[in-house]
Design a protein around this ligand. Sequence first.
Ligand SMILES: Nc1ncnc2c1ncn2[C@@H]1O[C@H](COP(=O)(O)OP(=O)(O)OP(=O)(O)O)[C@@H](O)[C@H]1O
Ligand SMILES: [Mg+2]
Length: 259
Amino acid sequence: MNPSTIYPQLKIHCEDINKTFIQKGHIEVPVIRNVNLDVEENEFLVVLGPGQCGKSTLLRIIAGLETPDTGYVSMDGLLVTGPGPDRGLVFQGYTLFAWKTLIANVELGLKLRGVPKQERHSVASYYIRLVGLEGFENHYPHQLSGGMKQRVGIARAYANSPGIMLLDEPFGQLDAQTRMFMQHKTVRIWEHEKRTIIFVTNNIDEALFLADRIILMEGKLPGRIKNEYIVALLRPREHESPDLLKLRAAITDATELVL
Ligand SMILES: Nc1ncnc2c1ncn2[C@@H]1O[C@H](COP(=O)(O)OP(=O)(O)OP(=O)(O)O)[C@@H](O)[C@H]1O
Ligand SMILES: [Mg+2]
């Protein structure tokens, strides 16, 4: 590989990624096909697509949890060869340690890095407040609702101060009201901290509310990028604003063509 193609000015560069899984020992399932994708520093990128179109696989490849069959991913000009603390991950479902309190879960990454107790406590408290969970610091996961657990996962990822956040349908299991609350919070945190985000969702309104740019995936496997939309609208956005509705109609049209 020519080192000059690992664009150091880009946060993430995906070069011609293909991935085929073998299922049941012999069936080849092509899941990602010819994905080329650049993500700028501080960009809020949303990957939008229906169920089972390869979104999580693409995110896992960017995270370094899966190896592509062809192509490569680079971050800040360095080849991604595995997972690392520079990528904060929030995946579908909850992955908290049941025997640790909420704040201990959030502090864990900092503790592993040897951050002093006082400092990690104040960083963790800051993010716990940002996701609206102050007062629950000493609760254990089984004492929290599903939505609360998901928010702990988000606080934990932010607390590690990664260069990029990779969020895979993080609000998929939240009730509508909490989901809206978290969308607002996410925008506020992003505006405040200006960190690169790749956010996967199957929800068009969520994509339009959050994104600087939306990557629309094909509706079926193998996962390909079908279209790209720039959302050059001020935040916080109104779901009913004419500009947003126009964009929504364009994306819906493109989506329906593949159904
Ligand atoms: N490790 C694996 N081994 C075999 N097949 C896999 C593996 N991971 C994913 N797949 C297959 O790849 C396809 C795409 O899965 P993926 O999880 O990337 O889709 P998705 O768009 O994230 O779906 P959802 O919206 O349901 O989360 C599925 O058919 C799945 O069965
Ligand atoms: Mg998925």
